[in-house]
Structure formats: structure tokens, C-alpha cells
Design a protein around this ligand. Structure first.
Ligand code: UT7
Length: 328
């Protein structure tokens, strides 16, 4: 096995204070039930950013990760940030975060890989560290999906939540850190989960607002099938390239979109649900933030710690998918 290039020196999360339960949808006129949402998705509640912007959530998560890693903002060489819901379209969310943190030396940029954004960001950061372009990296997954969700569409609005997760990567001097990575995408399926308008092809207009095409549109059944297939593939590929099996993994941390997708992925990877971290019930689908929020919680709760071997797996719009085996 190759010596790891980068290790996770600290993690953090930032979530909005407002919690919305499944029962709260009745008050905004959505025809749904707690029973339907729990049975089909496993979600019971989600955090919604009423006062916070994505940059606030990302900064809160990043400060905690840097504190745990013992890293000052001025020591960061790169900030790589995965998001599908930046505060503004130009400049990047990463440079807004850089300004908020005062990380003046860093090169900061976004990675557009939707729900796989954190794993993609970690992979890109590891690559820049491998070529000697960075020693210390901040990687972030952040979403304010509530701002791009159609709150009149019951098929999607019950699924999403807001939040941020972050990690500091440092250059590895021991046998701990990222043992393997796997990333793939298939742009031919991009229309199955997208935000049709608001980009340069279809800028904001009164037509866009009338057809509500600035919001996320999803073909749930097709996304579900592809998520199961691709997350299963990703889990196996990262294990194979680290020369490990499911039995060697202390904890699998999958993207938290739907408990049924998580269970199918775990089964395929031969990992019992007792070794799978699940918090979709409390956060809903926070896209790029889901994996780092779960990783931070798992470490804080002592589910994993120094020396644990963790499998991270995600899938999202694009489609994009990816995985990573990490020794903490
Ligand atoms: O982050 C990665 C991207 N996202 C995902 O991974 C999500 C992947 N997809 C899914 O998780 C599931 O497809 C959903 C949870 C979105 C939907 O579950 P499903 O079992 O595929 O349901 P469905 O879309 O096939 O809808 C079944 C029924 C429909 O009614 P009819 O046509 O059978 O009468 C829907 O209209 O459920 C209805 N429905 C709802 N009912 C109550 C759809 N949304 C709701 C709702 N409450 N919120």
C-alpha cells in the first residue's frame, strides 16, 4: 500500500439553529405525512438556514476543523469547497469563505460535484499536496439548499437540509490518512437532477420565475436507481484499491440522501448496518455537506478515532460519484 499523502488533522461542522420536522410541512401547505417521509427516506427533520448564509455555515465548520487541527487561517495553502448552492454565482464560495476566515495565503476555489463535492474536494486537495503545491488544505462541503428548493414541490422539498462540514488535511508522515480514492461522473444523465435556470444559458427572467425553473428538479426514481448502483460501485472500487474488504472497515460514512440507498450500498459492500453511520433522520439530504457532517459527528461521538479505517461514499447530480478509504 502506498504511503498516504494527506491525513485528516481536524474536522468540524456548522448547522443552522432552526430545525424543521416532518410535521412542519402542514403549516406551509404541503400535502405530505411524517409516515410517508420516514418510510420512503428515513428523514424525520432537517436544519434550515433562516438567518445564516452558506458562508456563515462554512466558516463555522472550518473554524472548528482548524482549531482541532491546530492550524491558523494564515497557514492554509488551499481551500477547496464543494457546493451546489453558493451565496452568489461569482466569485466562488471558496473565496467568500477565505475572506471570512482571513486565510490570506490560500488559493481558494469551488468544486462543482453536487453531493459528491466533499469527496471530490478531498481528492483534488490530495492531488495538489502530492505535486507539492500545498502542505495544508481546508476542504469544505456546504449547502444552503433551502434557497434553491421549490417549497411547493412535495417530491423534493421534504428531502433537503442545510449545513456545512469541513476538514483540514495535512501532509502525512505516517501510515495514516487517505489510503485510496475513486471518482467518476456521467454527464449524459445530468437532466435527471438539475437546476435548469439561473445559469448563462437561461438567465433569470420573469419566465424563469413563472415556471419555477430556478429550483432543483429531480426524477426521484431514476436518481434512486443510479445512486444505489454507483455508490455500490464506488464503495467496492475504493476498498479494492486500498486492498481491503468490507470486514476491514470500522465505519462506512455514506452520503445521507435516503436510508434505503444507504442500506443497499452497505449490503453491496458487505458492511453490516451496525458499522454504517446514519444521520439522515436528523439532517435530511445536505448534499456536499452530508459526508463531512457525518464524519465530524462520528469522531465527536467516539464512534471512530485515531487508527480507525473509514469508508466515505457519495453520489449526486451530474451524475457524480466517489469514494475514499481513510485511516484516521
Ligand atoms: O443526493 C442525491 C440525490 N437524491 C437522491 O438520492 C434521492 C433519490 N430518490 C429518492 O430518494 C426517492 O426516489 C424519493 C424519496 C425522492 C421518492 O421515493 P419513491 O419511493 O421513489 O416515490 P415516488 O417518487 O415513486 O412517488 C411515489 C408516490 C407518488 O404518488 P403516486 O403517483 O404513486 O400516486 C408521489 O406523488 O408518492 C407520492 N409522493 C409523496 N407523497 C407524500 C411524492 N412525494 C411525496 C410526499 N408526500 N412528500
Amino acid at each position: 500500500m502506498k504511503r498516504p499523502i494527506a491525513y485528516f488533522a481536524g474536522t468540524g461542522r456548522g448547522v443552522p439553529s432552526t430545525v424543521m420536522t416532518n410535521f412542519d410541512f402542514a403549516a406551509i401547505g404541503i400535502d405530505t405525512t411524517d409516515e410517508w417521509i420516514v418510510e420512503r427516506t428515513g428523514i424525520k427533520q432537517r436544519h434550515i438556514a433562516k438567518t445564516e448564509n452558506a458562508t456563515d455555515l462554512a466558516a463555522a465548520a472550518s473554524r472548528k476543523a482548524m482549531e482541532k487541527a491546530g492550524v491558523q487561517p494564515g497557514e492554509l495553502d488551499i481551500i477547496v469547497l464543494g457546493t451546489a448552492s453558493p451565496d452568489r454565482l461569482l466569485p466562488s464560495a471558496a473565496v467568500d469563505l477565505q475572506a471570512s476566515l482571513g486565510a490570506s495565503r490560500a488559493a481558494a476555489f469551488d468544486v462543482g460535484a453536487a453531493c459528491s463535492g466533499f469527496i471530490y474536494s478531498a481528492t483534488v486537495a490530495e492531488g495538489l499536496m502530492a505535486t507539492g503545491n500545498a502542505d495544508t488544505a481546508l476542504i469544505v462541503g456546504v449547502e444552503k439548499l433551502s434557497a434553491i428548493t421549490d417549497w411547493t414541490d412535495r417530491a423534493t422539498c421534504v428531502l433537503f437540509g442545510d449545513g456545512a462540514g469541513a476538514a483540514v488535511l495535512k501532509r502525512s508522515k505516517q501510515q495514516k490518512g487517505i489510503l485510496s480514492t475513486f471518482v467518476r461522473s456521467d454527464g449524459s444523465l445530468g437532466d435527471l437532477l438539475c437546476r435548469p435556470a439561473g445559469g448563462a444559458a437561461k438567465p433569470f427572467s420573469s419566465d424563469v420565475l413563472a415556471e419555477r425553473s430556478q429550483y432543483i428538479k429531480m426524477n426521484g426514481r431514476e436518481v434512486f436507481k443510479n445512486a444505489v448502483r454507483s455508490m455500490s460501485e464506488a464503495a467496492t472500487r475504493a476498498l479494492d484499491s486500498a486492498k481491503l474488504t468490507g470486514a476491514d472497515i470500522d465505519l462506512m460514512i455514506p452520503h445521507q440522501a435516503n436510508i434505503r440507498i444507504i442500506e443497499a450500498t452497505a449490503k453491496h459492500a458487505n458492511i453490516p448496518m451496525a458499522k454504517v453511520y446514519v444521520n439522515v433522520d436528523r439532517y435530511g439530504n445536505t448534499s456536499a455537506a452530508s459526508v463531512p457532517i457525518a464524519l465530524d459527528e462520528a469522531i465527536e461521538r467516539g464512534v471512530v478515532g485515531e487508527g480507525s479505517t473509514v469508508l466515505l461514499v457519495a453520489f449526486g447530480a451530474g451524475f457524480t460519484w466517489g469514494s475514499m478509504v481513510v485511516r484516521l
